[in-house]
Ligand binder design. Structure first.
Ligand SMILES: Nc1ncnc2c1ncn2[C@@H]1O[C@H](COP(=O)(O)OP(=O)(O)O)[C@@H](O)[C@H]1O
Ligand SMILES: [Mg+2]
Length: 314
């Protein structure tokens, strides 16, 4: 397959110090394989649990496959900019905003993007605002269902609030939306086919999010999701609106719940979504006719276009 990446020196960053280190290693391996199929000169680099990494001077572009803390929150983006290296995905500000569920929700509300009602609480506040049950307690800056507690009783709520405050000083308590779990990949200005996720155990938790942690697979996906055409369009438009509301420009994957009345609610936007062969974004891209190499090529292309548009000095 002829590609503009043929002969280009691409460093794939993966691993890293975050809670999603393991899946990131797998994303990095899958991305490397795809880029090699495009004849790029690929170096796969495990960033290591300490966040340290060395880059050669002649790197053309870094493909960022670091999920979660450090890789998805603006930190690595800042480090790469300081080194004058071009990289895939969103910039410092967009990454930081999308990674913070509280800041993201504030932005969604400002821009009219539907999202579950919520309150925030700080450690040491005199009382936790009552929110009704069930509800969802969240640590705002984590990924992959780390720090997400779906609570059905007051005792569970108290335990979840304590567990969340053990991790961070400000938490988010969200209305539980009963409905179908969807996710929508965004590539440039295109919303990909909608995926529906059906967890086998009820809640889509860290344990059943990745089929490889639970052999046999604890979640089933369907793409395109079986939705009426008008609902599909509404979900895709809502996902694209969420992407734009956070000033994102390159690619993302937007998590949505569709309630019983067919109303979509945006949960969050992932700016470094999983890229393993069984991950959601590659699956949706595949349904849209983009193989894994084509998807990776498109991500690099869109990323480089952004740098050109922003007239960066390098
Ligand atoms: N408000 C909500 N109502 C119902 N389910 C929720 C809600 N918030 C989160 N969940 C469930 O928890 C999962 C993880 O939440 P999410 O906000 O996407 O965080 P992350 O994926 O970063 O862990 C969702 O995929 C969904 O299954
Ligand atoms: Mg999510």
């Amino acid at each position: 397959m002829h590609s503009f990446l043929a002969g280009e020196k691409v460093v794939v960053l993966c691993g890293g110090p975050g809670a999603e280190r393991e899946v990131s290693l797998r994303s990095g391996a899958a991305v490397s394989k795809a880029l090699r199929a495009l004849d790029a000169e690929v170096a796969l680099m495990d960033v290591g649990a300490d966040g340290a990494f060395q880059l050669a001077d002649d790197v053309d572009v870094v493909f960022n496959a670091l999920h979660g803390t450090f890789g998805e929150d603006g930190t690595i983006q800042q480090l790469l900019e300081e080194r004058g290296v071009r990289y895939t995905g969103e910039g410092v500000a967009g990454s930081r905003l999308a990674f913070d569920k509280i800041a993201s929700k504030q932005r969604f509300i400002e821009r009219g993007v539907p999202t579950a009602a919520y309150v925030t609480a700080r450690r040491g506040d005199p009382g936790i605002p009552h929110f009704g049950l069930p509800s969802v307690v969240k640590v705002p800056c984590q990924g992959s269902s780390v720090g997400i507690y779906i609570v059905k009783t007051q005792a569970e709520m108290d335990a979840a609030v304590a567990a969340a405050f053990a991790q961070t000083g400000e938490i988010l308590i969200e209305e539980f939306i009963e409905g179908r779990e969807l996710t929508v990949g965004i590539l440039g200005e295109q919303a990909l086919p909608v995926i529906e996720i059906r967890p086998k155990g009820g809640f889509y938790s860290y344990e059943n999010k990745y089929t490889w942690t639970n052999r046999g697979g604890a979640a089933e996906h369907e793409c395109p999701a079986a939705l009426a055409p008008a609902v599909t369009r509404l979900v895709q438009e809502t996902a694209l609106a969420a992407h734009h509301a956070l000033d994102l420009e390159v690619y993302s994957r937007v998590d949505v719940i569709l309630d019983r009345q067919g109303r979509p609610y945006v949960l969050e936007v992932n700016t470094i979504p999983g890229m393993t062969e069984t991950s959601l974004l590659p699956e949706a891209a595949g349904v849209a006719g983009l193989s894994m190499p084509k998807l990776c090529e498109k991500i690099v292309e869109l990323s480089l276009e952004k740098w050109t548009a922003n007239r960066r000095p390098w």
